[in-house]
Design a protein. Structure first.
Ligand code: ADP
Length: 540
């Protein structure tokens, strides 16, 4: 414990000697004495005095004045002052002392026990106060450190987000080009052998896209940016579509694929269909990957029903390689695989199940895995799903090649895109649908083109040199000839990050498409813009 400096101020030397002697047994104090108030003030400034015992009756400056001087100076105002007096115990003196800033009185002749008890208790108080001050300083420091760590974490999160946005743009742009050319080639006259090559190319580019999507998904979930989007949809149709899709994939590997549906299941539900599909697909894809012979079964059952809420269990079982017991728990962690040999033999990033687990949590559901090594595994997802009674319009995607989509009435489209492969592919797609197409390479050239010609629609890439898509849209919506300001704009962005897509709407885009996109998506957005009355032209 730190020693405390105690000042005794009394004009009579003998009083100082007797009081010092009285206090000499108290531990952890240094006694500093003075007979002169002026000298005592200087001592208080220079030394770290915590407690002052001040005689009241002194010539020149009396005790009350001395304590007032102490209290009025910020350097000494913290000092605890105790008046030592021989004058009466009348209230008016007491009050005067307390008003000057003293905390207590000691009366002469001093009672040794009371004096020691009071001084000891003040010293204890001072120690406690010092501890509180020290704790406050530490608290303030840790608050500052916490704020700094928070700022650093926020900065790191932002850098990660920017890195992801850039990376997703850089990787998605070429994949978009590859997928587009694949679409174009599928519309060309090809021999069966060439068609087979193109199919392989399509599979390879799709799996590349799956990997980049997985990386983006996990980062989006971790940074709290993954949104759950609830909608009404035809539940049984979704399950049957999955059955159709995976039956083909299973038969390619000579595997059986069965879907067992509980008759108690609702036909229409309100849930996030995209994420549900992602979870089931992930389980089934893994089973397909890790099963060489036998059977894969998707079972969907309603465990219980309360009002319109069904507790539904989706389970996928297989007769594959199984998982070692000590690995079952860790496979839901990011980048973890069953055992080290898996990567070599089957590839994969170890992200799929980590995404599934996080998605399940976002959906308030739970995932489980059971496995017998060498015999097979069962993965399940249990969640509450709300049944809807109203019939829902079933969303169906067409499998037609884009060259066979119904022709549009001729519209004049401006495409602003710096990537040649993408603009070439977009132009081809639009021309197939009957559109007249002008291609420019940046926002500045788009503005110039708009001055020369009337366009019905603008497709605007967001990241372009010289002038970005966002800058160009701002110019179009604010500054060009008023008759052309309202030209519908669809932005095409390789970024899948929500805030970037929102930013596109904020600057004035009518629709946003992420790269790579399916031709139907662009086609449907064009039809939607027609439907909005912004284009004086019927679609067909
Ligand atoms: P990936 O398949 O990309 O490695 P996942 O997160 O989807 O990543 O799976 C993690 C690991 O879990 C796999 O590497 C594999 O060891 C194990 N696993 C997942 N599903 C199965 C399955 N059906 N049968 C056997 N092992 C599986």
């Amino acid at each position: 414990m730190k020693n405390i400096n105690l000042l005794i101020l009394d004009d009579k030397e003998e009083n100082i000697i007797s009081l010092s002697a009285l206090l000499s047994d108290i531990e952890n104090i240094n006694i500093i004495c003075s007979t002169n108030p002026n000298e005592a003030l200087k001592l208080c400034w220079k030394n770290d005095i915590a407690l002052a015992l001040v005689d009241v009756q002194m010539p020149e400056i009396n005790g009350f004045e001395f304590v007032s001087l102490l209290k009025s100076n910020p350097k000494t105002s913290h000092i605890m002052a105790v008046m030592v007096t021989a004058i009466s115990k009348e209230d008016k003196y007491l009050i005067k002392g307390l008003q000057s800033g003293a905390v207590d009185y000691l009366y002469k002749p001093l009672n040794p026990e009371i004096t020691i008890a009071k001084v000891t208790s003040f010293i204890k108080q001072i120690h406690i106060q010092e501890e509180i001050i020290q704790k406050n300083i530490e608290l303030e420091e840790s608050k500052k450190a916490l704020i700094k760590a928070n700022q650093e974490a926020e900065q790191a999160r932002k850098s990660k987000e920017i890195f992801l946005a850039n990376m997703s743009h850089e990787i998605r742009t070429p994949i978009n080009g590859i997928k587009g050319i694949v679409h174009m080639l599928k519309n060309a006259y090809l021999s069966l052998e060439q068609l087979d090559w193109i199919n392989r190319l399509e599979i390879a580019s799709s799996s590349l896209l799956l990997i980049i999507n997985d990386i983006l998904d996990i980062s989006k979930i971790d940074s709290g940016m993954m949104k759950i989007e609830m909608e009404d949809f035809h539940f049984t149709n979704l399950l049957l579509d999955l059955e159709q899709m995976f039956k083909i994939k299973a038969s390619d590997k000579n595997l059986e694929f069965d879907v067992v549906l509980d008759p108690k299941l609702p036909t229409h539900v309100h849930f996030d269909s995209l994420r549900l599909e992602q979870i089931i697909s992930n389980f089934v894809s893994n089973s397909l990957k890790f099963t060489e012979k036998g059977k894969i079964t998707l079972t969907v059952e309603s465990l219980e029903k309360k009002d319109e809420i069904h507790r539904i269990r989706f389970s996928v079982s297989d007769t594959g390689i199984g998982i070692k017991p000590d690995s079952v728990d860790k496979i839901f962690l990011a980048f973890e695989q069953g055992d080290d040999g898996i990567t070599k033999k089957f590839g994969g990033t170890g992200l799929g199940l980590a995404i599934v687990k996080r998605l399940a949590e976002l959906l308030d559901g739970e995932v489980h895995a059971k496995s017998i090594y060498g015999q097979g595994s069962e993965f399940s997802f249990i969640v509450d799903i709300k049944e809807v009674k109203d019939k829902v319009k079933i969303k169906r995607e067409t499998n037609l090649p884009y060259s066979q989509f119904p022709k549009l009435n001729p519209i004049n489209v401006l495409v602003a895109e710096d990537n040649e492969l993408n603009s070439f592919m977009l132009a081809h797609m639009l021309q197939t649908w009957n559109c007249k197409v002008t291609v420019v390479k940046n926002g500045r050239l788009a503005l110039e083109a708009l001055e020369k010609d009337n366009f019905d629609l603008i497709l605007m890439d967001t990241h372009m040199p010289v002038m970005s898509g966002f800058e160009a849209i701002r110019e179009i919506r604010g500054n060009i000839d008023p008759t052309r300001r309202q030209t519908p704009i669809i932005t095409i962005s390789a970024s899948v990050l929500e805030h970037e897509q929102q930013a596109a709407f904020q600057v004035g885009a009518d629709e946003v498409i992420g790269k790579p996109f399916e031709p139907t998506e662009l086609y449907q957005k064009i039809i939607k813009i027609y439907g909005s009355g912004k284009v004086n032209n019927l679609p067909f």
